[in-house]
Design a protein around this ligand. Structure first.
Ligand SMILES: [Fe+2]
Ligand SMILES: [Fe+2]
Length: 242
């Protein structure tokens, strides 16, 4: 009889916005996650203002984590202009920070980028007009290309896309419609569909919707802490078995 493949237990959450006043919440979450998960995915906004002092708090907590940790940065991690230092502290704490290179952990492939804004579907901002608009759209395109490049290198059966910004409109619904274009970009969904990703995870839209799917049916989950806490305060993170 063929041996049953054991499933990998994955916990995912984003937008912990850790600082002095919220680090205790993060500590409690980690204590709970470690009992149930083999891998923890952090979907950006690890810190509140991107300060190295805040990142040091995150790193200190994660350095005791017994499960593998995979992450991407969020826009808040860039706020103080020290994102490289935030990332360095995470890497030193043993976190697999996704960037141009994907990671394979326990047989699951992970590719991720922060992503960027730009809007969704037919309302995507186009590369037209002033240089500043073109630069803005260029950033959105570049992030999608980096995700595509990382996904193209994965050879695992299960592939997880990890983002901060949303790749679809559906999971930002609940936020004011006026800010939808600043919450994500459909350009991030194209590589997710092209490479047949198993599941895509993101944060950033704290008042968005938990679950949606891309045009080809790839499940997308918004795992912002605020949303996960509203759904289930006893388990404020997503659990997946892959
Ligand atoms: Fe956030
Ligand atoms: Fe954010």
């Amino acid at each position: 009889m063929p041996k049953q493949k054991s499933r990998v237990r994955i916990a995912a959450v984003g937008d912990m916005h850790v600082n002095e006043s919220s680090v205790a919440t993060f500590r409690l979450l980690l204590a709970q996650v470690q009992q149930h998960a083999d891998i923890l995915i952090l979907c950006g906004d690890l810190t509140n203002r991107g300060l190295p002092s805040e990142a040091a708090l995150v790193a200190e907590e994660l350095s005791h984590c017994t499960c593998a940790v995979i992450g991407v940065l969020g826009n808040h991690d860039f706020e103080s202009g020290q994102a490289h230092e935030v990332e360095r502290l995470m890497c030193n704490a043993g976190v697999h920070m996704l960037d141009d290179e994907p990671r394979e952990v326990l047989g699951i492939g992970f590719a991720g980028v922060k992503g960027f804004c730009g809007g969704f579907d037919t309302h995507e901002l186009a590369r037209f007009g002033e240089d500043m608009i073109k630069k803005f759209v260029h950033e959105s395109v570049e992030e999608a290309l980096r995700l595509e490049s990382a996904l193209s290198k994965l050879r695992t059966e299960s592939r997880v896309a990890v983002l901060h910004y949303a790749p679809i409109r559906q999971t930002v619904e609940g936020e004011p419609p006026e800010i939808f274009p600043f919450l994500g970009s459909s350009r991030l969904a194209y590589p997710i569909d092209r490479y047949g990703v198993t599941v895509a995870l993101h944060g950033h839209a704290h008042r968005g919707t938990h679950a949606g799917s891309t045009a080809t049916g790839v499940p997308v989950y918004n795992v912002s802490y605020a949303i996960m806490h509203n759904l289930n305060a006893e388990q404020p993170y997503l659990m997946l078995n892959l």
